[in-house]
Design a protein around this ligand. Structure first.
Ligand code: SF4
Length: 246
């Protein structure tokens, strides 16, 4: 996300509290390997989820978010062959909802893949009137059990628009704080991970602490630095996303 801010506003200083606060999806899709994958499928249009590196964005035709992925892919011509990267779970969900065949890069989010199906079923048994809501980065065995699947913003809308009082939340549990603020009279249940070891908390997001935010504001570092040729190339698919979203 910080790199995206820099690509869109190259003349601004973009600070990040911890330079290591990346994303497993970005790590799962190294630019040199992705280049080989693209070159092996030269007739494909490349749609990349925004959670990828600037170098992968620079190799893409179109960037999407989990909110707009389905609508953007639907807008592409029927006969277009499409690569979707880097999240294969999101890609499968987009494929199902857009009706378009996608060639998937085999990446995944370490957080969304850790939720325990068994724990989810136990919780559902204990809370039969609750609704299971999930982010499309979750694996298929969990998504088939969900009452609603959507991006972070769509999950936040759903909890307000739905009449249920209790929701089981299948995404990074940081969102539960926002849900409680938005709907203080509703209940939100965190689904445990397979081992019960809190692997469902994103280790990358958790690197950004209040102390580090204060430090980076005070000292103006670390900041995001990208080569200008990468910024230029990565800007085109990001701008295309913004134009197609109008
Ligand atoms: S939860 Fe963490 S690892 Fe997963 S997509 Fe979000 S930032 Fe990346």
């Amino acid at each position: 996300m910080a790199e995206t801010a820099k690509i869109l506003c190259p003349d601004k200083t973009v600070l990040i509290p911890d330079i290591e606060a990346g994303c497993s999806l970005a790590n799962d899709c190294p630019a040199d390997e992705f280049k080989k994958f693209r070159e092996a499928n030269p007739d494909h249009y490349v749609v990349s989820y925004i959670n990828c590196t600037a170098e992968v964005k620079a190799q893409s035709d179109l960037i999407c978010t989990s909110s707009n992925a389905v609508s953007l892919v639907k807008k592409l011509p029927k006969d277009k062959k499409i690569i979707f990267a880097p999240d294969q779970n999101l890609g499968r969900w987009v494929q199902k909802n857009s009706g378009k065949e996608l060639k998937l890069w085999p990446g995944s989010c370490i957080v969304h893949e850790t939720f325990s199906e068994e724990a989810l079923m136990k919780l559902k048994f204990q809370n039969p009137d609750s609704k299971i809501i999930a982010h499309p980065e979750c694996s298929q065995n969990l998504l088939v059990l969900a009452d609603f699947i959507g991006s972070t913003s769509k999950l936040l809308d759903f909890i307000s628009n739905d009449s249920s009082k209790t929701f089981m939340v299948l995404t990074e549990p940081g969102i539960i704080h926002q849900m409680k603020r938005k709907e203080p009279n509703k209940n939100f249940i965190e689904v445990p991970d397979i081992e019960g070891c809190k692997c469902n908390e994103c280790p990358y997001m958790k690197l950004n602490t209040l102390e580090k935010i204060l430090h980076c504001i005070k000292h103006k570092n670390p900041s995001i630095e990208l080569e200008s040729k990468i910024i230029k190339k990565a800007y085109t698919p990001l701008k295309r996303m913004l134009d197609m979203s109008l």
